[in-house]
Write a protein that binds this ligand. Sequence first.
Ligand SMILES: CC(C)(COP(=O)(O)OP(=O)(O)OC[C@H]1O[C@@H](n2cnc3c(N)ncnc32)[C@H](O)[C@@H]1OP(=O)(O)O)[C@@H](O)C(=O)NCCC(=O)NCCS
Length: 194
Amino acid sequence: MTSSERAQIVCYPEADVPDELRAQVLRLQREAWPYDEPLEVGPVHDPLLRPLSMLLLDGGRVCSALDVLSKTIAVGGRSWAASGLSTVVTDWALRRRGYGCRLVEAARQRIAESGADVGLFTCDTPLRPFYEAAGWELLPGTVLVGGTVADPFPSDQFDKVTFGAFFSPAAREARAAFVGSRIPLYSGTIDKLW
Ligand SMILES: CC(C)(COP(=O)(O)OP(=O)(O)OC[C@H]1O[C@@H](n2cnc3c(N)ncnc32)[C@H](O)[C@@H]1OP(=O)(O)O)[C@@H](O)C(=O)NCCC(=O)NCCS
């Protein structure tokens, strides 16, 4: 058994992550995104997006972490329960050992079991092989429009690609409406895009 297979996954609403684990997650995030605002131990995501923190632990050490964000979106004339991944990070000293992939696969499973219709998120184009290895589907040409209706924040202003998963039968049938289109995510002003 590899060390990533031995590690244990725990999930908490972001606001309920125990302080000791939370401090480790914030350290990993600060190392990965040093130019973001200084982080405090409290939650960083918009509570309206029901942030769920998933942590991959080896003993008491956080090896990888991510947050699942969720909201209702309107596509193709109806609403869908959508969830996506945010702030996916592996401790730099533990990268390329399969930890991140295992956590991102588990998040896909967790979102499927949550009753969400679709999984949707963006990532920097160079990370495409990572999310493909973890079972997510590349949606060619799909753009997520974050921000707000008054101040949209589209993913195609960056070098990003969109990944997805279609969980409910209705979402599988409506797949064509999500591929190659601009999706009104409107995730707000705190999590401008995911
Ligand atoms: C992206 C990240 C989470 C990957 O975590 P990880 O634990 O190293 O990933 P894994 O070991 O599970 O990688 C599995 C496979 O994904 C691919 N992969 C992993 N990191 C990659 C990278 N940086 N670029 C391209 N492909 C990558 C590889 O195919 C890898 O398999 P291999 O090592 O056998 O070649 C980690 O590099 C990280 O924390 N980066 C900084 C933060 C970041 O950019 N997060 C993503 C936000 S969208």
